[in-house]
Design a protein around this ligand. Structure first.
Ligand code: PHE
Length: 449
């Protein structure tokens, strides 16, 4: 089926596609969520389970979005209408809903990072934890926060408005290398800190007993985090692969994306934990603000901490930007392809609506935390589960056939069948378990009458 007769843009190079997907994957999830989820779940134990999930669940799952995107060449809503039957046809709308909920608070948190970069430049990090908490109360919610949320959306608009090649692809080609290089540089600097060795042993030496003892919290958070960080369960990877022209080896592309995303997540831990241990701030603790309060106070106590903190938070802001553009693209692609709305108008309308929806989490951090728990613990996992189950059980032959395109290895048929079974059983099982545990957790956190 044609997409309303409009010719769609495509990536200009393979590297462009891979970098855009890495740009989407590497974001606040790696930097803001990863350390606090890891710290809450015991540091190294979490890291171990997480890496296992990335390989066994993340790679097979990302390929499901790739094959549907490349095969249909359409946005998530229309792609599912095309391949789905019965109620499954409407699954793309769940992606739109998830995208909306996540983006409304994602840009608020991204606004915090811009604000913290500026605070570092001004040399204004509070050196004590109580001072930092006080500072966060001013930065984290209120009218200023709404302003930074708006500023971030304007930046997103500026890129998405330029289209796939001149906007998203070019931005990713510039931003991703900058993010990776700066983070590696900061991790090198972090090795010189006093608390580094204590931090590495907390972060890098797992106690296996803890994994079995806390599996009910580690499994859902590791699965949710693996999905969130790879931008799965939103239709992002689907829409990005729909802009692929010729057939390429999707397994290779997926592996590069996964590898780079994991390297970034692990590297961020190698920066954050040494800073926290040196600053005497315990890495545990609850809440979305923990990265900002504990890290800024730790930076505040280090020599040149303001400048280094500014570089760190500015890098986080860039990473958030390269992710946010992919989230917006999910909805924009639908409006452009199917409704024939000009890209500028579609992007403007979505950014405007997101601004309005983001006002509530921008003025109330508790609400933001609730949105995040609900989106990551329930919506992302639910969307991922329904999508992977449908593709692997009901659309398996087409999916396996599509994956084999671009793979020159003579065993591509066997590889594809193997992949389908990996999705059918391990991926779907992990997602079912995570969903049940995630719903229970969100339910437990909701205020009850
Ligand atoms: N993967 C991004 C991150 O780690 C979050 C994201 C999810 C971005 C879905 C786009 C789509 O921050």
């Amino acid at each position: 089926m044609s997409s309303a007769g409009i010719s769609r843009e495509q990536w200009s190079t393979r590297a462009g596609f891979v970098l855009a997907a890495v740009g989407s994957a590497v974001g606040l999830g790696n930097i803001w969520r990863f350390p606090f989820v890891a710290a809450e779940s015991g540091g190294a134990e979490f890291l171990l389970v997480y890496i296992l999930f990335i390989c066994l669940v993340g790679l097979p799952a990302i390929l499901t979005e790739f094959v549907v995107g490349r095969k249909t060449g359409r946005n998530p809503v229309s792609a599912l209408q095309e391949i789905g039957s019965g109620l499954w046809r409407y699954l793309g709308w769940l992606f739109v809903l998830t995208t909306f909920v996540v983006m409304s608070y994602y840009s608020v948190v991204a606004g915090w990072t811009v604000r913290y970069a500026l605070l570092g430049l001004e040399g204004q990090y509070a050196a004590s934890m109580s001072g930092a908490e006080q500072q966060f109360l001013q930065v984290g919610q209120g009218i200023q926060t709404v302003g930074f949320h708006a500023l971030f959306l304007v930046l997103v608009f500026g890129i998405v408005d330029l289209g796939v090649q001149r906007g998203i692809e070019l931005a990713a080609k510039l931003m991703v290398p900058v993010i990776v290089l700066i983070l590696i540089g900061l991790a090198g600097w972090a090795t010189t800190l006093e608390g580094a060795s204590e931090a590495y042993s907390f972060y890098l030496s797992p106690e296996l007993g803890a994994v079995t003892a806390h599996w009910t919290s580690i499994v859902p958070s590791a699965a949710g985090q693996a999905f969130f960080t790879l931008s799965l369960g939103f239709g992002v990877m689907l829409v990005y692969s729909s802009y692929l022209g010729e057939d390429r080896n999707l397994v290779t592309d997926g592996s590069i994306i996964l590898g780079l995303d994991t390297v970034v997540a692990v590297t961020v831990g190698l920066i954050i934990f040494p800073v926290l241990f040196t600053g005497g701030t315990p890495p545990g603790g609850q809440g979305v603000e923990v990265l900002f309060t504990s890290l800024s106070s730790a930076f505040g106590g280090l020599s040149a901490g303001g400048a280094i903190g500014a570089v760190f938070f500015a890098t986080v802001a860039i990473a958030a930007l390269s992710s946010a553009i992919s989230l917006i693209e999910v909805i924009v692609s639908y409006l452009v392809d199917e409704r024939g709305i000009p890209r500028r108008r579609a992007t403007g309308a979505i950014c405007g609506a997101l601004f309005v929806f983001g006002i509530a989490p921008a003025v109330d951090t508790d609400l933001l935390e609730l949105y995040d728990g609900f989106a990551d613990g329930v919506l992302v996992v639910l969307g991922g589960l329904l999508f992977t189950a449908y593709v692997s059980w009901m659309w398996a032959d087409e999916a396996a056939e599509e994956l084999s395109h671009g793979i020159t290895n003579s065993n591509s048929g066997r590889l594809s069948r193997c992949w389908i079974w990996l999705v059918r059983v391990p991926v779907v099982t992990v997602l079912v378990v995570s969903l049940v545990l995630g719903v229970a957790e969100v339910w437990g956190e909701c205020p009850h009458i």
